[in-house]
Design a protein around this ligand. Sequence first.
Ligand SMILES: C[S@@+](CC[C@H](N)C(=O)[O-])C[C@H]1O[C@@H](n2cnc3c(N)ncnc32)[C@H](O)[C@@H]1O
Length: 479
Amino acid sequence: MKGFVPTPESVVDRMVERLFRDRPPSASSTVLDPGCGEGAFIQGILRWRKRNGAELPQILGVESDSRRSRRAEREFAGIPQIQIRKTDFLSGSCDDSFDYIVGNPPYVSILGLSEIEKRLYRARYSTAQGRFDLYLLFFEQALRLLKEDGRLVFITPEKYLYVDTANPLRMLLNRFDVEEIELADESTFGPLVTYPTVTTVSKRRYSGRTKVIRRDGAIKHIALCSGEQSWMPLIVGGAQSKFDALLGEFCLRISAGVATGADEVFVLKNEEIDNPLRPFTIPTIAGRELGNENPRLAARSSMLIPYTLDGRLIPESKLGSLGLYLRQDGAARKLKARTCVRRKPWYAFHETPPLRDILNPKILCKDIVASPRFWIDRSGEIVPRHSVYYIVPKNAAIVDDLCEFLNSETAADWLRSNCQRAANNFIRLQSRVLKRLPIPGEIAERFRRPADQSLQIASHKTYSRRSVLGSSELLDFAR
Ligand SMILES: C[S@@+](CC[C@H](N)C(=O)[O-])C[C@H]1O[C@@H](n2cnc3c(N)ncnc32)[C@H](O)[C@@H]1O
């Protein structure tokens, strides 16, 4: 039952048109439909032949599911040119070669595979790397079985265009003539949102020109890059050469905010903080507080921090009033119940907060968003919580320009295309992806200009400027 998603007739017909465009099959041509299900594409070829009054080629449908392969067999019984084979397309049992290959391979993530399957596929397929998906392997096997000059048309999720896991597939496709990439309508498969993409490849040298049809209907021609890089910037943006730097180059740190593992103990509303605790507090902000209603980033809460600036946990004996607060029955019980303290002191955070980096002028954004949006923490005083990502530029002087760029359509387009999808069309901003955000040449040039020394960041200065911390035990200990 793995990965059954039937393809709508209209999409099948469009793909079959593309398969035979300018190269109609003859009676001796061979066509393969791997993962044929009940034969949606075979029906499409029969319709094409009727419309075009052409000869029917030899067609093989391969399907591993017994029920579906039996149905397909019954459906096409009596048509000698059509054969259905019940077998695993990836097992290597299919070794004929074909002039045309068309289909909708299964989308089954590594999580849906048995240990034996994973081991077998990893040994057999160069595309079975990391958290691979079966459709990547179907691409590889299909390209292997395609005859020289043969053509393949597949509908798959668009993810292969940009995810790191698909680097080996992009490297493989780079060897052939990727004629067309169509970002198909999001509603193609109803509620099963997969951001479908129809890819047309011919097994011959790359012509250097790929037609791209975007979801907004725009058509353009691009030359795909030959390395492992994502193809998405080329597809949605301008030419790759317009970008000559990546965001990571200009940043001291791009990370998810601080995870205490017990915000209910470590995060207090400002009005609830007693004076003796104030020296241990730093203003903090959560993802839900980033929004139009809070343009000046007012932090309504503060985080109690039992760490020094350079990330050392303050010994329990030196915690003073913070120790008294944490040792209160309710708080201590919650802190000790956390699995993260099995191997560290009971009052430690889930992760050590890199305060020296965090307490600098920086840019903040929510971790999961419908549309990417960035805010500046110019004073550098805020500690973002784990639902917030923070971007600390190496040179504080560029924080405004950088934030303006991050809020631009160019950056938003790229992020929408390269970030992982979350539910309801939201995207996940991950540091790994943010670091790879391309910066256009002229902006990168500006960011590289020698920094004004007075504006160069010096985290300890920002930190010690803070009045609440200036005289605290926390800094005393840090010294
Ligand atoms: C996305 S469905 C597409 C079905 C059909 N081609 C269509 O477009 O309506 C993928 C099909 O691949 C089959 N499948 C999954 N793994 C397979 C494998 N290793 N070998 C052959 N078929 C497989 C599934 O059973 C399913 O019928």
